[in-house]
Design a protein around this ligand. Structure first.
Ligand code: BJW
Ligand code: ZN
Length: 245
């Protein structure tokens, strides 16, 4: 492990352009459940097709909203951990650093991430109106805080939904383009705390590798991304990342 850490440090010293893709694992040490693989993961208690699809929302918007409000209440009291802080420090050292996150928790921003941040799967803290399309910041955590529930748009009365990307939905094109450009252009590409099973985010590591760049995975467990990584640092990101930056 010591050698691998030294290898990554040396790569960083010679890199001009760096990018990182993060997933739920980076927030695990802040007390936020991951989606898969752990006994208290989100999908252990809930079927994704019941909660994170447009069909589920059409079927029962109140049920889906209650789940998202519960997640807001968990995330709202969470603090960034040493992994988020280390990435924010690293970003401050490079003119070209892109942080691509699949997380909707806002913890990279809370950690003071200074530069290019691409929230591929949206944000827990925004709503989007199904009627007029307006997006608004919204930090409420309880159904009682809304005039109507499920919540409605104060502009057009349309149904509001969480501004996140559900299964079967396309990612915002300009956000995904920024992520692809970063993967193609970065000398060094970190993949941190993601199971690497959800597309198209998972394909970014392969794209970086195909373009000849050095790929570093940080994860306690092996994933489908491990085979494209040049170095795999096995352990929690809150332990590993502060040793690198
Ligand atoms: C630690 C740690 C520590 C623990 N330190 N690490 C067949 C093949 C290919 C693709 C598809 C397919 N069938 C369907 C698809 C498409 C589908 C998909 O990928 N499905 C697969 C699951 C099979 N993708 C989509 O639908 C996407 N859209 C799309 O493709 O559009 C085109 C299209 C249109 C129409 C039809 C079909 C395609 C959209 C995907 C949206 C994903 N949305 C979610 C919910 C977001 C909102 C919310 O948060 O509620 O995004 S699902 C969920 O998974 C969430 C996450 O961002 C995402 C990824 O999860 P992540 O981050 O990897 O977390 P985990 O829990 O899986 O992993 C945690 C990792 O951390 C583990 O590895 C641990 O070991 C590690 N870890 N502790 C470091 N301390
Ligand atoms: Zn509206």
């Amino acid at each position: 492990m010591r050698d691998s850490i030294e290898t990554v440090r040396a790569r960083l010293a010679g890199a001009r352009t760096v990018a990182a893709l993060t997933g739920a694992g980076i927030s695990a040490e802040s007390g936020i459940p991951t989606f898969r693989g752990e006994p208290d993961s989100l999908w252990e208690d809930h079927r994704p097709e019941d909660l994170a699809t447009p069909e589920a929302f059409r079927r029962d918007p109140a049920l889906v909203w209650r789940w998202y409000l519960w997640r807001r209440s968990v995330v709202g009291v969470a603090k960034p951990n040493p992994g988020h802080a280390a990435l924010a420090r690293l970003a401050g050292r490079f003119d070209h650093f892109t942080l691509i996150t699949q997380n909707v928790d806002g913890l990279h921003e809370k950690a003071g991430h200074p530069s290019d941040l691409v929230e591929l799967h949206g944000s827990l803290w925004r709503t989007r109106c199904l009627g007029c399309g307006r997006r608004r910041e919204d930090r409420r955590c309880y159904p009682e805080q809304f005039e109507r529930f499920p919540p409605a748009c104060d502009h057009c009365g349309g149904l509001l939904r969480p501004d996140v990307v559900w299964f079967g939905e396309s990612l915002d094109h300009s956000r995904f383009d920024r992520a692809v450009r970063a993967a193609v252009a970065s000398d060094l590409f970190f993949v941190i705390g993601t199971s690497g099973v959800v597309q198209p985010a998972a394909s970014l590591a392969g794209l970086a590798r195909e373009n000849g760049h050095f790929v570093v995975e940080v994860n306690p467990d092996a994933t489908p991304i491990s085979i494209v990584a040049d170095v795999c640092l096995r352990g929690p990101s809150g332990d590993i990342l502060p040793q690198l930056f």
